[in-house]
Design a protein around this ligand. Structure first.
Ligand code: ATP
Ligand code: MG
Length: 429
């Protein structure tokens, strides 16, 4: 059977067609019932007339509730007044399941919609969100495949922390404490010695206690690690990757962007190169808009929101103070208090979507930094080994796909960018 979008063309006007899907809207007046049906491709109006159908058939159609699953057959007509410009003059139908009242009506609160996410996913808005997410995930992988990278998989149950201990989820592993992975980075680093250019897409888990609009406790993390390149070359790759993903969304999901009131032209205009601004300079920018930050302060979600409101393209922030970043980032030889890193901040108030850096590849420097960070060397033995056997300069990054999706769709909260958000307060449905 054809989809609603496939049927809704001039070629089928005057022919008998069949569609199936769910009742999106229904109203009756003066012996005519208008049923708007949706499927994954779109919507179409199906018109049932009392004087053209057996009484029991007409009554059955007129009594369908929202989200009943149905199949309609009839002749396709052009009709300027119907939502898609086409309608089906119904001559027969089948009901798969008839509902009375669908629990979600237009004006329900946010918590109610979150509790009923399994049903709210069917809304036309969320259908568009899911389609755009699908494009983003695919485009991320395509970009790296097209550039000679290999996709790899890393464990989710781990015994070492990447991003620091405070946001680790502890799991009971046959009586031993282990953790849910916060980043695939260290494992990816082990794989560059066989493959040189690797990427992965996997959930990362972080026990984030802060309630912001951009933190989930389980999110989709897209990470890459590349041999032989430095921090600047890593940024070159990332800006091309971001624009590649944006362009694919604009090409493939223009209708979905419009459904979410996101102007595709704004995205299309975000061409690289993206400005590369040192952390020290960002502090000055922050001060110039009245934020009382001083050198050495971290940028939180709120500061980044205010700073990135000023920009209409993503910006890289480089050269963070060493103390604000993890032990594996090398110091900048020209500015020993700073590291060779980059965060990519999305504009329009969205803030960080990528964290990346060059990685320390010198053995002595790595040992020294592990000690400075008071970490247990023996737990990191395999990570340290990489600096003993054929070590090479390399860089990598982690991109939060839900944050990227949130920004691309211009959503208010990251919860609206993922079908089943996990936050400090929510593990259902
Ligand atoms: P933040 O400062 O916002 O907490 P982070 O510095 O902890 O971010 P990284 O550890 O560099 O982030 O992780 C890489 C990327 O993963 C981030 O740039 C972001 O896009 C995404 N990310 C990190 N934490 C979360 C989270 N709790 N929910 C959703 N995405 C996240
Ligand atoms: Mg964090």
């Amino acid at each position: 059977m054809l989809s609603i979008a496939e049927v809704s063309t001039k070629a089928y006007v005057g022919s008998k067609v069949s569609i199936r899907g769910w009742v999106y809207r229904i109203r009756s007046s003066g012996g005519v019932t208008f049923v708007v049906v949706r499927d994954s491709s779109g919507i179409i109006q199906c018109t049932a007339r009392k004087n053209e159908l057996p009484q029991d058939v007409y009554d059955e159609i007129a009594s369908l509730g929202i989200e009943s699953s149905v199949e309609f057959h009839g002749v396709l007509k052009e009709d300027k007044r119907s939502p898609s410009g086409y309608e089906i003059a119904v001559d027969s139908f089948r009901v798969y399941q008839k509902n009375d009242v669908f629990p979600i009506t237009k004006d329900q609160g946010e918590e109610f919609l979150l509790d009923n996410r399994h049903l709210w996913l069917r809304s036309r808005e969320f259908t568009s969100v899911l389609k755009i997410r699908s494009t983003i995930f695919r485009a991320f992988a395509d970009f790296f495949y097209e550039n000679g990278y290999y996709q790899v998989q890393t464990p989710f149950m781990v015994s070492t922390a990447v991003e620091g201990g405070s946001t680790l989820f502890k799991v009971d592993f046959f009586g031993e404490p282990i953790y849910l992975n916060q980043s695939a980075q260290f494992y990816l680093e082990t794989m560059i010695y066989s493959l040189e250019k690797v990427f992965t897409i996997a959930p990362s888990f972080r026990a984030e206690k802060s309630r912001t609009r951009r933190h989930l406790t389980e999110y989709w993390h897209a990470e890459a690690e590349v041999a032989w390149i430095d921090n600047n070359e890593m940024m070159d790759i990332e800006e091309r990757m971001i624009y590649y993903i944006i362009s694919r969304v604009v090409e493939e999901n223009e209708g979905d962007l419009r459904m979410l009131n996101r102007d595709p032209e704004i995205l299309r205009a975000m061409k690289p190169p993206y400005p590369r601004i040192r952390y020290s300079e960002i502090i000055r920018v922050a001060n110039s808009i009245g934020l009382p930050l001083k050198y050495g302060d971290d940028l939180g979600a709120d500061e980044e929101r205010q700073i990135t409101m000023k920009y209409d393209r993503p910006i890289f922030v480089t050269n963070y103070p060493k103390d604000l970043k993890p032990f594996y980032m090398p110091v900048d030889p020209e500015n020993p208090g700073e590291v060779l890193n980059h965060d990519l901040l999305a504009p329009e108030g969205y803030g960080e979507i990528i964290g990346g850096s060059q990685r320390i590849w010198n053995y002595d420097e790595m040992i020294q930094r592990i000690r400075e960070a008071n970490l247990d060397e023996s737990a990191y033995y395999w990570y340290i080994d990489l600096r003993k056997y054929g070590s090479v300069p390399h860089s990598g990054f982690g991109l939060g796909l839900d944050r990227l999706a949130m920004w691309v769709m211009h959503l208010d909260n990251i919860r609206e960018a993922i079908p089943y958000p996990r936050t400090i307060r929510r593990t259902k449905p």
